[in-house]
Design a protein around this ligand. Structure first.
Ligand code: PGA
Length: 255
């Protein structure tokens, strides 16, 4: 019912335009016949323009990795959603755990970013997830519920269905330790139940929830086969065309 969506979060890699172009030229031909999976890549800002020109007329979309929540002003070093929209960017990753942990982004900041993205007709990919210690203390669901409540504060029903949620347990990001498919499914179905409570079944059934955290070609299929997991947000394994393609193929095989 929900179309799987696979995203490649390049983080601070492949930001030299020629590197991004090389990668995307390979990707573009590999995925050209894939119709049942939505695909995006999120290059660094410096490579967005080249990325957009390479994937034009292909089935790959380009996302930004972050943005600020104001259109203009004295915010040295920040990127306005208006600039991104003007380049043709339709997707934006917001609240990635690296933004939250290294750059002190709070749920309130992420909430403001979501609102401005929606007002500009951009699709936010919003990351949530617990720290290892929180999981070990049995607080995962509590943390997720809190993040869901605050990150999506005042978001209306008709906007919620435009948002993609990425559940990314922080202990699984870049560590090589993946959540088991069962661990991931448990939280994905919990997130969906929170959407039922806050909105309704219709909204909960429409919102796509990606899993993220050490997805690799050899574990992707088992994760994507779970009913509440609608694809993935891939870091390390999205930097190389072949491994990213294999992950996309696993999502296609299942749905
Ligand atoms: P990883 O990163 O696949 O390298 O663990 C995922 C992410 O941070 O989105």
């Amino acid at each position: 019912m929900r179309k799987p969506i696979i995203g490649g979060n390049w983080k601070m890699n492949l930001g030299v335009p020629s590197e991004a172009v090389g990668m995307l030229k390979s990707m573009r031909s590999m995925v050209k016949n894939i119709e049942d999976v939505d695909i995006f890549v999120a290059p660094p800002f410096t490579a967005l323009e080249s990325a957009i020109s390479i994937v034009k007329k292909s089935n790959i979309k380009v996302a930004a990795q972050n943005m600020y929540f104001k259109e203009n002003g004295a915010f040295t070093g920040e990127i306005s959603p208006k600039f991104l929209k003007n380049m043709g960017i339709e997707y934006v990753i917001l609240g990635h755990s690296e933004r939250r942990n290294i750059f002190n982004e709070t749920d309130e900041i992420v909430n403001q970013k979501i609102k401005i993205a929606l007002s500009m007709d951009m699709f936010p990919i919003v990351c949530i997830g617990e720290h290892l210690q929180q999981r070990e203390e049995g607080k995962t669901k509590e943390v997720i519920a809190y993040q869901m409540e605050n990150t999506f504060k005042d978001i209306r029903k008709e906007d919620m269905i435009k948002i993609i949620i990425a559940y990314e347990p922080i202990w699984a990001i870049g560590t090589g330790v993946t959540a088991t498919p069962e661990q991931a499914e448990e939280i994905h179905s919990y997130i969906r139940s929170l959407l039922v409570n806050r909105f309704d079944e219709g909204v909960a059934n429409k919102v796509r929830i990606q899993y993220g955290g050490s997805i690799k070609p050899d574990n992707a299929e088992a994760i994507f086969s779970k009913p509440n997991i609608d694809g993935g947000l891939v870091g390390g394994a999205s930097l190389e065309a072949k491994s990213f393609y294999e992950i996309i193929k696993s999502a296609e095989k299942i749905k």
